[in-house]
Write a protein of this length. Structure first.
Lengths: 143, 117
């Protein structure tokens, strides 16, 4: 693949859980069309999907920006939700503040952020309670 | 095993993905918790679930799965089927319960595959 730099922007509505994941699906489709190897596509898609679900569950939606160059895919997930009180705790597998209702929908097992870390090559969380959260995930493109 | 074998073994109703019936699959996982599917599954081709919403299909799509089986007689609505169609996933529904459906498929040769590290 040879691209200098591609940028994609997605608005994630926060009012409809059933539709969550549309941005991640669109990104996955784009990455496949660019001819990236399946493992790279999978890693980015899963990270992004978990992030998108988190945005809808916890923050009332947000925005996703994806930048792709020859070496890496960088996704920045920005929301204006309640923020994360304790990032260390939020990264712990099994720890979740999700409601019973969300668990009934198949999420909220406390695996979202740990999964994003697991499937990405680099991950950064900037969060301030009361202001929102910015999660950046990077997946390197395998040559 | 082919997807059409799954349909036969579970006496399932195929709702979308007729063109995928001859697709060969080797591994499956059963779960109602999509977070766990995303965390612990690798290279499995079939998702057996009782979770009836679009996220079951989207999760399968993210994991490159090709078939979703809804158990306990759950019947997805048109929106769910449409998401499956867009993502090239065969969907079927069976009246079998989760444990029994998994057992029948396992006995017939479908296995759990490898867990992620």
């Amino acid at each position: 693949m040879s691209v200098n730099s591609l940028h994609y922007h997605y608005d994630v509505p926060g009012d409809d859980f059933t539709r969550a994941g549309m941005a991640s699906s669109a990104v996955k489709q784009t990455l496949k069309q660019l001819g990236l190897d399946p493992e790279t596509v999978r890693k980015m898609s899963i990270s992004l999907y978990e992030g998108e679900i988190n945005m809808v569950i916890h923050a009332g939606g947000g925005e996703i920006d994806v930048d792709i160059d020859d070496e890496k895919i960088v996704a920045v997930l920005t929301d204006h939700g309640p923020g994360i009180e304790n990032i260390e705790l939020a990264m712990k597998e099994g720890w979740s503040t999700a409601s019973e209702q969300v668990r009934g929908l198949g999420f909220g097992a406390g695996m979202g952020l740990p999964n994003m870390k697991k499937y990405s090559d680099d991950m950064k969380i900037d969060s301030k309670p009361g202001y929102g959260t910015i999660v950046t995930v990077v997946v390197k493109i395998a040559n | 095993m082919l997807i059409k074998d799954i349909q036969k073994i579970l006496d399932a109703e195929l709702l979308v993905g007729k063109e995928l019936l001859e697709t060969e699959v080797h591994t499956a996982c059963g779960s109602d918790m999509m977070s766990d599917v995303l965390a612990f599954v690798k290279d499995q081709a079939v998702l057996i679930t009782g979770l009836l919403n679009q996220q079951a299909i989207r999760t399968a799509a993210m994991m490159d799965m090709v078939c979703v089986v809804f158990v306990r007689g759950k019947h997805p609505d048109d929106d769910i089927i449409e998401v499956a169609r867009e993502n090239g996933i065969a969907v079927m529904t069976t009246t079998q319960r989760m444990f029994t459906a998994c057992g029948m498929l396992y006995e017939a040769g479908l296995n759990g595959g490898l867990a992620t590290k």
